[in-house]
Design a protein around this ligand. Structure first.
Ligand code: ZN
Ligand code: ZN
Length: 544
C-alpha cells in the first residue's frame, strides 16, 4: 500500500514535469477517490498543473485541502497556489495567499510581480520590486515583460537600463522581452544596442531570441538587417519565416514576401494560419491578385487551414484594392461566414477611393447594419456619403456614432531620439520643445499654402469652423513627432515614426511634402503598414 502510494506520487510528479497537466490532474483525482492521503509534494505538483491549465475551481478545492492538512506553511506549495491564482487573474486570492505566507522567497515575489502585471496593476508591481531585498534575473524579467504587456514598453526599457547599470545578470528571457519592446516601439537605436548584447553573450543561437531580433528589424523598417539576421540563424522555424514574410508584406515588398514564402515551403517548413495571413497581406499591399489566389487556395486545399475572418478580409481588400470589384463582391457572397465590420470597412474604403458609388451605397448600408465599434468605420461612412452628396446620411452616421457611444481612439505617435522614446498626442503641448515644433509647423503650413496646398480637414468630426479645424489638423500627433524629429536630428538623418492608428490623409500629404522640402527620408509605421516617404512620394502609392 505504502509503495503504491509512493509510485502514484512519482508518476503524477513526472506527468507534471513533462507538461502533461490534464493527465496528472485526472490521475490525482483517481488516487484521491481511492482514499490515498495527499502529501505536500503531491499537492504542490498538482497545483502547478492546475496553474498551467487555469483550473481555478480545482485549485480552490486544493487550497482548502492544504489548509485542512496544515500544509499552508509550506513555501513551495503556497508559491504554487499563488502562481495558480495569478495565472487565473484572481489577484485578490493571490494577494491573500502572498500576505499569509510565513516566508516569501524570491520566487514567490517574482510570481506576485507577474500576477500584478497580468491584472494591470503595474504600479504595485514596481512597488513590490523596489522593496525586494534580494532580486534575481527572474525578478527583472517578470517586471520587464509585465510592463511590456501593459503597453509600458518605455518603462520596460528604462528598467533594462537600470538592470545593466546595476550589473545584474541577464538571460535569454530578458533579451526576448527587451528586443520585443524595441520592435513594438520601433526603437531602433535601443534595438541595435540590445542586438549587440545578444551577440556578445551568444544568445543569438537561441531560436526565440533570433526570431525576436528578425522581427525587431522588420518592425523598424530595416528589412536588410532583418534578412541578414534571418540568414545567419543556425536554425529557423515557422515563426522566423513568418516574421520575415510579414515584414516584407508591411513594407509593400510583395514579391520579396512571396519569394520567402516559397523558399520556406521548399525548405519543408509548414506554414501556419499567421504565416498565410502575412503572405496574403503582402499580396494585398502589392496588388498581386493572382498570387493572392494561389496562396489562399494553397492554404485551404494543401494545408487544410480554415480561413478566418482576417484571411477573408485580406482577400477582399486585395481584390477591391486592385479594382476587381465584382470578384470581391461575389467572394463576399460565397463566404461561409457573415462578413464583419472590419471586412466591410476595407471594402467600402476601396469603393470610396475608386468612386464606385453604387456598390459603395450597398456596402455602406451593410456596414451600418453590422454595428461597427470602431470610429474609423463611421468616419469612412461619413466621408463616403459626403462625396455622394447624401447629407442626410452624413448626419445619420454621425448621430449613430454618438448614440452608440463610439469614441475615436486617442491617436498617438512616437519617435525615438537618442535612445529615448518621445510620444505625442493630438494637440499635445506638454513636450519641452513644443514651442519650436509648433512654430516649425506653422511656418511650413504658410509656405505650403502659398504653393497651393489645402489642408484636408474632412476627418475632423467636431462641429467647429474651418479655421479651428485647420488648427486641429496642424496639431496631429504624426506631424508633431515629425517636427520634433526634424528639429532634433542633423539634416539628412532618416526619421522613423510610429502611429497607433492609421495615418490620416492630410498628414500623409504633408509628410510627402516635408520629405521633399527637407530632403529627408521619412518612414512612418502605422497600424496597417509602412510608409516610406522620399522626394515627395510614398511607397504605398497613396492607397493604404
Ligand atoms: Zn493627421
Ligand atoms: Zn503612404
Amino acid at each position: 500500500m505504502f509503495h503504491r502510494r509512493l509510485s502514484y506520487a512519482k508518476t503524477i510528479g513526472n506527468l507534471v514535469n513533462q507538461g502533461q497537466n490534464s493527465q496528472a490532474i485526472a490521475l490525482f483525482r483517481l488516487v484521491r477517490e481511492n482514499g490515498f492521503e495527499v502529501t505536500e509534494f503531491l499537492l504542490s505538483a498538482i497545483l502547478r498543473a492546475c496553474g498551467r491549465v487555469s483550473a481555478l475551481k480545482q485549485g480552490k478545492q486544493l487550497h482548502c485541502m492544504a489548509i485542512k492538512h496544515g500544509f499552508n506553511h509550506d513555501t513551495i506549495l503556497m508559491t504554487s497556489l499563488l502562481d495558480l491564482y495569478c495565472k487565473c487573474n484572481e489577484i485578490k486570492d493571490a494577494r491573500k495567499v502572498f500576505d499569509e505566507m510565513p516566508q516569501r522567497d524570491v520566487i514567490a515575489n517574482n510570481c506576485m510581480i507577474s500576477g500584478l502585471c497580468w491584472s494591470r496593476l503595474t504600479l504595485e508591481a514596481i512597488g513590490l520590486f523596489n522593496n525586494m531585498s534580494k532580486r534575481d534575473v527572474g525578478s527583472w524579467n517578470s517586471l520587464i515583460s509585465g510592463l511590456a504587456q501593459n503597453s509600458e514598453g518605455r518603462a520596460g526599457l528604462a528598467l533594462f537600463e537600470e538592470m545593466r547599470v546595476e550589473g545584474a545578470e541577464v538571460d535569454v528571457l530578458t533579451m526576448v522581452s527587451v528586443v520585443s519592446i524595441c520592435a513594438d516601439l520601433a526603437a531602433l537605436r535601443n534595438g541595435r544596442e540590445v542586438h549587440c548584447l545578444v551577440m556578445k553573450y551568444g544568445f543569438e543561437l537561441y531560436l526565440p531570441v533570433g526570431n525576436a531580433v528578425v522581427d525587431m528589424y522588420a518592425k523598424c523598417g530595416c528589412m536588410e538587417n532583418a534578412w541578414l539576421c534571418f540568414r545567419s540563424m543556425p536554425m529557423k522555424n515557422v515563426v522566423s519565416w513568418t516574421a520575415l514574410i510579414a515584414g516584407y508584406g508591411k513594407q509593400g515588398q510583395g514579391v520579396e514576401a512571396l519569394k520567402a514564402f516559397d523558399a520556406m515551403e521548399i525548405g519543408g517548413v509548414w506554414p501556419n494560419s499567421i504565416t498565410f495571413l502575412g503572405a496574403l497581406y503582402a499580396c494585398s499591399h502589392a496588388g498581386l491578385v493572382q498570387e493572392g489566389w494561389r496562396i489562399f487556395n494553397m492554404m485551404v486545399s494543401k494545408y487544410s487551414i480554415a480561413p478566418t475572418m482576417e484571411h477573408y478580409t485580406c482577400m477582399v481588400d486585395l481584390l477591391a484594392r486592385s479594382g476587381c470589384f465584382n470578384e470581391a463582391y461575389s467572394f463576399i457572397k460565397r463566404m461561409p461566414i457573415k462578413p464583419d465590420p472590419k471586412l466591410l470597412t476595407a471594402f467600402l474604403s476601396s469603393c470610396y477611393s475608386y468612386k464606385k458609388l453604387e456598390l459603395g451605397k450597398i456596402v455602406g448600408k451593410k456596414l451600418i447594419e453590422s454595428e461597427p465599434e470602431e470610429a474609423g468605420a463611421y468616419m469612412l461612412l461619413s466621408n463616403f456619403y459626403g462625396i455622394v452628396g447624401d447629407l442626410a446620411s452624413v448626419a445619420k452616421v454621425r448621430r449613430l456614432m454618438l448614440d452608440r457611444g463610439i469614441r475615436k481612439e486617442k491617436a498617438s505617435t512616437w519617435i525615438e531620439i537618442n535612445k529615448t522614446v518621445h510620444s505625442f498626442q493630438s494637440g499635445d503641448r506638454s513636450h519641452p520643445l513644443s514651442e519650436d515644433m509648433y512654430s516649425y509647423l506653422q511656418h511650413l503650413f504658410r509656405k505650403l499654402k502659398i504653393n497651393g496646398y489645402v489642408p484636408n480637414t474632412s476627418m475632423v468630426m467636431q462641429n467647429v469652423d474651418e479655421q479651428t479645424k485647420e488648427v486641429i489638423v496642424l496639431g496631429h500627433s504624426e506631424k508633431l513627432a515629425i517636427a520634433f524629429g526634424l528639429i532634433s536630428t542633423p539634416p539628412g538623418t532618416r526619421i522613423l515614426i510610429v502611429k497607433n492608428l492609421r495615418m490620416c490623409t492630410d498628414c500623409h500629404v504633408v509628410t510627402g511634402l516635408i520629405s521633399k522640402i527637407e530632403g529627408r527620408e521619412i518612414v512612418a509605421r502605422d497600424s496597417s503598414r509602412f510608409h516610406h516617404f522620399k522626394d515627395g512620394l510614398c511607397s504605398c502609392g497613396n492607397h493604404w
